[in-house]
Design a binder for this molecule. Structure first.
Ligand SMILES: CC(C)(COP(=O)(O)OP(=O)(O)OC[C@H]1O[C@@H](n2cnc3c(N)ncnc32)[C@H](O)[C@@H]1OP(=O)(O)O)[C@@H](O)C(=O)NCCC(=O)NCCS
Length: 192
């Protein structure tokens, strides 16, 4: 899939160079500044996550994309892998896409996450039109919710007990592209 500045492709474990690039990006503490405790502790842990993306691609026909630059950007060359992003069914068991992104700091501030979010919304609606596109974000991550605010609307914000011990006490938001049932919203709040 092509956007104005990006080439978006599925996660494939057979692309060793791409996996190595993504491991480098995921290892960067700057990429986890909003939640340092969630930073993967080993390359193996990152590869396990990427294997989950690859499985989810096979199961759902769509998941987070590997994001490559089509042309040079700032100091980065054409073809550079700048991260992952897109929509995922993410194993929560809910019939809801979860929009997210994780980019190399060298690629921040150029509007790339916004470009990914717009492409993600279109791809999700084409792949499973009846499945809502949602997102979950920490309020202390303004770069992330600024992007979400361009393509989705806030369905809930607050502090609630959740399953995730890392984020349960932190102010969070749930975003959506359409009205959600009470049960779906409650479930999304619980998995933030
Ligand atoms: C979130 C992230 C993907 C944004 O990528 P990006 O390509 O820089 O995003 P964009 O340039 O499309 O837009 C970022 C928006 O947030 C704003 N922004 C960026 N950093 C910010 C900060 N530290 N504080 C406040 N606003 C910020 C930008 O001004 C822009 O808003 P605007 O277009 O209204 O001016 C990137 O910062 C990242 O990878 N962070 C680490 C991983 C992460 O937090 N992922 C999401 C949670 S899982």
């Amino acid at each position: 899939m092509l956007t104005a500045r990006l080439r978006l492709g599925p996660v494939s474990l057979s692309d060793a160079d791409a996996i190595a690039s993504l491991v480098r990006i995921y290892r960067d503490p700057a990429v986890w500044a909003h939640l340092p405790e969630a930073r993967p502790v080993s390359d193996q842990a990152i590869e396990t996550r990427l294997a989950g993306n690859a499985r989810s691609w096979a199961a759902n026909g769509l998941d987070w994309w590997i994001v490559r630059l089509r042309g040079p950007l700032g100091g980065l060359p054409a073809g550079e892998i700048v991260g992952l992003g897109g929509v995922s069914m993410d194993g929560s068991g809910l019939d809801a896409w979860n929009l997210g992104y994780r980019l190399s700091p060298a690629a921040w501030w150029h509007g790339l996450a916004t470009e990914i979010a717009q492409a993600s919304l279109a791809a999700a609606r084409e792949t499973r039109p009846h499945t809502p596109v949602t997102a979950r974000v920490l309020e202390r991550n303004p770069a992330s919710w600024r992007v979400l605010g361009k393509v989705l609307t806030v369905a809930w914000q607050g502090v609630a007990d959740g399953d995730d011990r890392l984020t349960a006490d932190l102010p969070r938001r749930v975003y959506t592209d359409r009205p959600l049932s009470h049960d779906m919203l409650a479930a999304l709040i619980a998995v933030v």
